[in-house]
Ligand binder design. Sequence first.
Ligand code: BGC
Length: 739
Amino acid sequence: MKRISLLTVASGIIVLAACTAEKPVEKKSLLLQHEDEITELISQMTLEEKVNMLHGKNMFSSAGVERLGIADMQYADGPFGIREEMEPHSWNSLGLTTDSATFYPTGSALAATWSEDLAYRYGVGMAKEARLRGKDMILGPAINIQRLPTGGRTYEYLSEDPLLSAALSVKYTLGAQDNGAAVCLKHYALNNQEDARGSVNVKVSQRAMREIYLPPFEAAVKEGDAYGVMAAYNKVEGDWCSENDMLLNRILRDEWGFRGIVISDWGGVHSTVKALQNGLNVEMPGSRYFGQALLDSVKSGAVSDSIIDIRVREILRVRLTVKPVPEAEANQVMTSQPEQQQIAYDIAKRSIVLLKNENKLLPIQAEKVKSIAVIGDNAVRTQALGGVGAGVKALYEVTPLAGITKQFEGSGITIKWAQGYAEYSKRDRESRVSPYTNADPKLMDEAVSLAKESDLVIFVGGNNREVETEGRDRNAITLPMGQDELLKALSAVNPNIVTVIVSGAPVDLRVVQETSPAILMSWFNGSEGGTALADVLSGEISPSGKLPFTLPIRLEDSPAYSLNVYPQEMPQRQGDIFTNLVNRRNAAQLGGPDAEYAEDIFVGYRWFDTKEVPVLYPFGHGLSYSYFNYLNLEVDMDDDNLVAEVKLRNTGKYDGEEVVQLYVRRPDSKIERPLQELKGFQRIHLQAGETGSVKIQVPMKHLRHWDEAAWDWQLEPGTVEIIVGSSSKDGRIQMETEI
Ligand code: BGC
């Protein structure tokens, strides 16, 4: 190992010679433990029994073979809580009394913790509740890159950055699978928009795919040994993901060594022979292509027996590795349990991002503040359910108002609530009423009167789960229902406004920025979201979340909008693929738009930094009530790894946590690259006055780029600048070295 420190670098650059790319180490998948037993089982199965395993049995199960003691596979949405039990063939609730689950903070909230430990515990919590419900496979984590600020599922996904997304995906996977439930990584791949998700054809360079969009999947497969993958609805380079030879056979299975099962997204299959051959194991939820049609194809010779056996073997590997829960043991106790509620709380506490805190308005000072006006529909709105698709029938959810009220009980502070702006409801969404309306004058007047007579305003706004939804992108990032207008009116009568943004995706904060001395992002933050928010507001804990995506000034500044490649012109108006069969056929027959990923590798901060486009709040930003001084940086390097040791001191008055971020720049690179890229991070807890250090390990292979001509990863020699700091725009210590 070669050690360089900040001081050494000042006097000269250290050259580490001949550093070659690391050869991927094949870790043996746990799925490979039963191969002989599987051969024996397959030899006893009839063709009908085999084909019966390759498609949905019920809405959330696929068949085993009872005669041979092979249990059915039980699936559960995912990704942020175990979904309630549904009738076998519909989306109607079964009405059980034991299936209320813990609602975990959604994807972007988890990512805002920048904590691998918490991602692991998230997986543990999901698996424990899945097992109580008799489930074998969680339909999650959802790990597509947040390409568009408006993407309907941004709240489910983790981050705009592949390294952060990958690190958390690996840990979620390990946490779940170490506790008996398989994961199903979704949606593989490039499901980055919801509009036309069932017909869009993604056109993307191999480099952008490898460097930006695939790493979370690749890492969860190679390092997490993920047992399941869900093929996305869209096409990639002309082929549906559920029958995409490049994605399923060549990359996932051959290159990454995936040994598990690929299931379709619900209704996302479009062929029999091609889908089976190109890598799909299970058609969900029906049997249109992998039922009688598949049997007929085998009988006619269009599909060989051997490929059927391969697909069945892959399913059996998962089936024999994940132990089935006996039916009599499932659903016997309430799904949501205190240990899991604690996990949800621990994540929520570390996810809240303090964007700004002028005049130290936060934490709330009980000596100065005697009355608080809590204003906003989101203060009383629960977010576990809503919109299309996955949601959680939560056992309970502490709303912001409930959390705040409880926190300040007995403190002598009066707390009053006014709705302020109208709810954007399910009916509004279904009838396609725009959420971007004027303020409701009556609600606004009431709120202004309350603000006038209060010492402090806590405005709880943002989106809700009807605004951000699966199946549809937003067409703006404006705050819905006239919130900007309301904020202007509130600030005219009371300048002490703390704005709390409840959303899972970027919103336009220009008016918030003008009107609010303090701003918090508090996400769709799970069962304990309101408790965690109140802890931060009161100063019981210091905020420590960091943005997992950039907050642009204007939507038009973001890459795909700026290059005019999104939204695409639709060949014709299409309903969402998920909603009904007609839409599915339309998607297949009429075709969809092409999504040109013209920004290439310049996604998120890679775009803003490189093109010098100003942002409102940068990727990785998040303040604390405390202050962290970065004291020293030392770097050790060998052929395989670069290890940075960063020393810092909490110089403030509060105990707190900091997320140390490491970015790399390649100033003399011959290759087109982003200005900088995140290559490592580490969270550290420091008491007031305490000094500590973190070690951040950067595998050399993470410094490689994808070389299109060589069709492989390459490590370019040259200067490497290492910048360590508190956000992508707040580098504190910098040094350089050579590789
Ligand atoms: C979603 C998946 C989900 C499935 C089953 C689909 O519409 O895209 O994420 O797991 O439905 O609910």
